[in-house]
Design a protein around this ligand. Structure first.
Ligand code: COA
Length: 553
């Protein structure tokens, strides 16, 4: 076995790049293509892969060093049978790809000038710029939401190939309109990202005098990059516990390479909570390890937020000893739902309050709307009434419209009423959110909930349509059951479970009357809500549903 040099391969056009992370150490065994170090140009962070399988004997660069194609960054002993051309250039195929990328970048110059509108702002559809030679790269993060006001260069989405993580910056300052992509979508140059209302920054005169054929201004030629604008200052907050903890700043972007993201995913660490110690506050692997250690320590000491770490896992037996079994990969959604459920269940002290609401009159009224509904093309189910009743109860008992920030020891009170509805779909449970339920009428709620439920079933929901709920309704009424104990959809503090309405004999003081009773199960976070308030909440709901005229009051 002879020692060989590990050299920097073709960098896709970048002259000199900075070493921002060293991933391996002397003595580490690596496979071909395993990442050795991460470098960062002004466009992207890229992992330099090992040219072959073997053992690292030396790394000759350090974080902060600048390297270029052909520089030696370390030495390795190639394992027997491994490639013996360590340090040779990239295969021709890759070089060709990168050449193509350069050509593509050049073609970006010919981008048409933006359309101009009359009233000081204009609509633009932002497209994916050249992606440093990459194609079909999955979106791993959407950094903006519909309605956000952003500056030119603010990151819009983050994409991640197997080699690099790139932020796609906004070419304009303005207001974000419809977001046309979702997490997981694969993007290539020219794909439509989102719509924007762009402010005419330069004033009418300047705009009017600029000929359409003029070279587009700099802001109209976005390039993917791993740089970011300075983060918005976090609100003044108490000192966090643990050196590596940072309270997440709404809208703030994490800055980390693919290997670090992978490590964080594997360890279940939330990158948004980790303070980066690398150049430009980039999160490096050491930060992730330090964060995980500090979280474990806090859990052991009983400080910080309980995460469930330390709870022994369930050991699986070899099921095949009992009979034939098949294993299949969990879908991303199933895995995410499982994690969310476990996180909520472990973090939230749950209590469930039960109540039956007499909906005999409500059902008479609802059924009487059938013809009107057919005319409107909208089906009126019990759900809109439940939404309206919950919105009223949330307004009356605002202690249910909060989230707890245990790190900061604060209660976050919300002045809006957005309600999530759990939708059963063939690919799993999804929870689209209806905004401003308190301001909408029953027909509007019926139409919107049907539309969102259909979008959920068709996998058409945008991330923004699943965010921002204050409270959730999960209705199994169309299926069956008498009661259940739903899990609070954290960081909300309560969820209403609805079971199937049934005729029951109800004593009116003189005799039993047949009444249609709707079983309600309100699970709540006992840290935020006390039992008396929960009983008040279900009582208010049952009164509102028992006499829907009171919904108008
Ligand atoms: N009691 C009796 N009947 C009920 C009812 C209730 N509580 N709720 C709904 N129904 C009836 C409806 O009136 C409708 O009957 P109809 O066709 O005779 O008019 C029928 O059940 C089907 O209603 P559905 O299509 O389910 O509409 P919805 O507006 O009530 O519910 C969703 C919409 C999206 C909530 C529902 O389709 C769904 O997905 N529920 C499952 C949620 C879930 O899985 N939760 C578990 C989370 S762990």
């Amino acid at each position: 076995m002879s020692e060989q040099e590990i050299k920097v391969p073709d960098l896709g056009g970048a002259d000199e790049v900075e070493v921002i992370e060293i991933i391996v150490s002397a003595g580490d065994s690596v496979e071909e293509e395993d990442p050795i170090l991460t470098v960062e140009s002004d466009k992207a962070s890229v992992e330099l892969p090992s040219p072959g399988a073997g053992k690292i004997t030396k790394i000759t660069v350090k974080v902060g060093d600048k390297v270029k194609e052909g520089d030696v960054v370390g030495m390795m002993e190639a394992s027997a049978g491994g490639s013996d051309d360590a340090g040779s250039d990239e295969p021709e195929e890759k070089a060709e790809e990168k050449e193509e990328a350069k050509q593509e970048e050049k073609s970006e110059e010919s981008k048409p000038a933006p359309k101009k509108a009359s009233g000081g702002s204009r609509k633009e559809t932002v497209k994916v710029p050249a992606l440093d030679g990459f194609d079909n790269v999955p979106v791993i993060e959407i950094n903006v939401a519909e309605g956000d006001t952003i500056e030119a260069d603010d990151p819009l989405v983050t994409v991640e190939s197997d080699k690099a993580t790139m932020e796609i910056p906004s070419p304009y300052a303005g207001k974000v309109g419809k977001i046309l992509v979702s997490e997981g979508d694969k993007l290539s140059e020219g794909d439509e990202l989102l719509e924007m209302t762009v402010q005419e920054g330069g004033g009418e005169e300047e705009e009017a005098s600029a000929p359409a054929s003029e070279e587009p201004a700099k802001e109209e030629k976005p390039e993917p990059r791993s740089e970011e604008k300075p983060k918005q200052e976090a609100e003044s907050a108490p000192e966090p516990q643990g050196a590596t903890y940072e309270p997440p700043t709404p809208g703030a972007k994490v800055h980390a390479g693919p290997a670090v993201r992978k490590l964080a995913r594997e360890l279940g660490a939330d990158l948004a909570r980790i303070k980066g110690s690398g150049p430009k506050s980039r999160i490096i692997k050491d930060d992730v390890h330090a964060y995980v250690k500090s979280q474990l320590k806090q859990a052991q000491q009983g400080t910080g937020v309980a995460t469930g770490s330390g709870i022994p896992g369930v050991k699986l037996p070899d099921f095949s000893q009992f009979g034939e079994v098949k294993r299949e990969a969990m879908s991303r959604m199933m895995f995410a739902t499982a994690n969310n459920m476990q996180r909520s269940w472990l973090n939230v002290p749950h209590v469930t309050q039960f109540e039956d609401a007499d909906i005999t009159d409500m059902e008479d009224f609802r059924k009487a709307q059938k013809a009107a509904g057919e005319k409107k093309g909208v089906k009126m189910t019990p759900l809109p009434f439940l939404l309206k009743a919950c919105a009223t109860a949330l307004a009356e008992l605002p202690q249910f419209n909060v989230s707890l920030d245990m790190e900061r020891k604060e209660v976050v009170r919300k002045s809006y009423i957005h309600i999530g509805i759990a939708v059963d779909t063939p690919h799993g449970l999804m929870v689209p959110v209806i905004r401003d339920v308190d301001k909408k009428g029953l027909w509007e709620l019926a139409a919107e909930s049907a539309e969102l439920a259909q979008k959920a079933r068709d996998k058409q929901l945008k991330p923004a349509e699943m965010q921002g709920a204050c409270f959730t309704i999960t209705s199994l009424g169309g299926i069956g059951g008498t009661a259940f104990t739903p899990i609070v959809n954290t960081p909300e503090v309560a969820i209403l479970g609805v079971s199937k309405a049934a005729m029951k004999p109800v004593w009116d003081g003189k005799e039993f009357q047949p009444r249609l009773m709707l079983p309600l199960s309100l699970s709540y976070d006992h840290r935020a809500v006390n039992g008396a308030d929960a009983a008040r909440f279900t009582t208010v709901l049952s009164q509102l549903l028992g006499d829907i005229r009171t919904l108008l009051l």
